[in-house]
Ligand binder design. Structure first.
Ligand code: ASP
Ligand code: MG
Length: 418
């Protein structure tokens, strides 16, 4: 018997029949002997609908009032789910963020959680009651309603799980879990049974958008085992926790992530002298543009070339800023390309194995894919390549590193992931 937090996202509670289905899932966990605290999002589309209403009145709605408005979506679903549970013969009780004193700072629209009154929740749980908590919302010390930012119910669920010291925080969604790569690009992508927090952070930040990154960070910090699983299909999903085996039993590579939102800026022939990186990137930082990868060449003739990547939405602005500074930087040329992508291989197993990078480069070279930039960390190798090679690169790497779903005849002697 365990204490579980089960979080259901907007698509899982998008209609009355789906809410009934969620109630059945919660009941089945109860019947297995578990104590359950549920966290729900608003019905799918509801938060957007509320924001649109506000925008009909004001182009910049006052943040405090906007939070009062958008937090209502979750209040609807907690009540409906509790009613469904009660109707099915179970005891249930709904709570808003305010009612469980989910205290946050006062940054409306992206508030950060400070504390939760766990006693209130646990008292009900002990009575055999399913506690249904509104995700996404909190309250300040002064009693003002706040929200945690889009997708914030994931973070609410993890915070509740941490506060009540739950055995697991289960995030129910419309996918079966975390895959080795995006199944839309590589249909042979395999569902991962488990992955570490740090791998998940690398995968999430690179575009595997199953979970809010902040929720994963929070779970890692408070050591809350997280599980991503489907509301609509049976299965164990993917468990995200710490690397207890210390990398020994870990697969070399857990997954291949990619990011299409990249753009590259290159500035050539600038004097190779102290301060040049600052002179180039200073104005970019000042414009609040985030820089991802950076490469600077050493040139023989006392000048250097400098390349960095930014989000595609910031591409035009970055190019414009640098063109403005080109003369003062004594640059030969400023150019850019927004038809590039980043492909990354992620795995804690890399720590204890050499040669992964060179194998990656070999695979790409066999496909005649040109690598424009490379960056590495302890558990990740990323390359920038032309956008048109994305699918090819992901599939070639996925196959070269044996990430596929094992075929039925191989399954018996496969040693991976027990
Ligand atoms: N309802 C909120 C949103 O749409 C929070 C969530 O779904 O996690 O962003
Ligand atoms: Mg969500």
């Amino acid at each position: 018997m365990a204490l579980l937090v089960q979080k259901f996202g907007g698509t899982s509670v998008g209609s009355i029949s789906k809410i009934q289905h969620v109630a059945d899932k919660v009941i089945s966990a109860r019947e297995q002997g578990h104590d359950v605290v549920v966290v729900v999002s608003a019905m799918s589309g509801e938060t957007n609908r509320l924001i649109d209403l506000a925008k009909e009145i004001s182009t910049a709605p006052p943040p405090r009032e906007l939070d009062v408005l958008v937090s209502t979506g979750e209040q609807v679903t907690i009540a409906l789910l509790s009613m469904a549970l009660i109707e099915k013969g179970h005891s249930a009780c709904s709570y808003t963020g305010t009612q469980i004193s989910l205290l946050t700072d006062d940054v409306h629209g992206k508030a950060r959680i400070r504390s939760i009154n766990s006693e209130r929740i646990l008292t009900d749980v002990k009575k055999g009651c399913v506690v249904v908590v509104a995700g996404f919302q909190g309250v300040t010390d002064e009693g003002h309603i706040t929200t945690l930012g889009r997708g914030g119910s994931d973070t609410s669920a993890v915070a509740v799980a941490a506060a009540i010291n739950a055995d697991e925080c289960q995030i129910y969604t419309d996918v079966k879990g975390v895959y080795t790569t995006d199944p839309r690009i590589e249909p042979k992508a395999r569902l991962l049974k488990k992955i570490t927090f740090e791998e998940m952070l690398e995968m999430a930040s690179l575009g595997s958008k199953v979970l809010q990154i902040r929720a994963v960070e929070f779970a890692g910090k408070h050591n809350v085992p997280l599980r991503v699983l489907s509301t609509f299909e049976e299965g164990e999903g993917t468990l995200i926790n710490y690397d207890e085996e210390g990398g020994m039993e870990q697969a070399l590579i857990s997954g291949i992530a990619f990011n299409r939102d990249e753009a590259q800026i290159t500035i050539t022939g600038v004097p190779d002298k102290p301060g040049i990186a600052f002179q180039i990137l200073g104005p970019i930082a000042k414009a609040n543009i985030e820089v991802d990868m950076i490469v600077q060449n050493v040139a023989g003739d006392e000048t250097t070339d400098f390349t960095f990547t930014v989000h595609r939405n910031d591409y035009d602005r970055s190019l414009e800023i640098l063109k403005k500074h080109a003369v003062e930087l004594q640059a030969e040329d400023v150019s850019g390309d927004d038809t590039i992508v980043k492909v990354s291989m992620v795995g804690v197993g890399m720590r204890s194995h050499a040669g992964i990078a060179s194998k990656m480069f070999e695979v790409l070279s066999k496909e005649s894919i040109n690598i424009r930039m490379i960056s590495t960390s302890e558990i990740k190798i990323s390359v920038i390549i032309d956008e048109k090679y994305l699918e090819l690169a992901v599939r070639a790497l996925h196959s070269a590193f044996d990430l596929e779903e094992p075929s039925p005849q191989n399954e018996e002697n496969s040693l991976s992931e027990t």
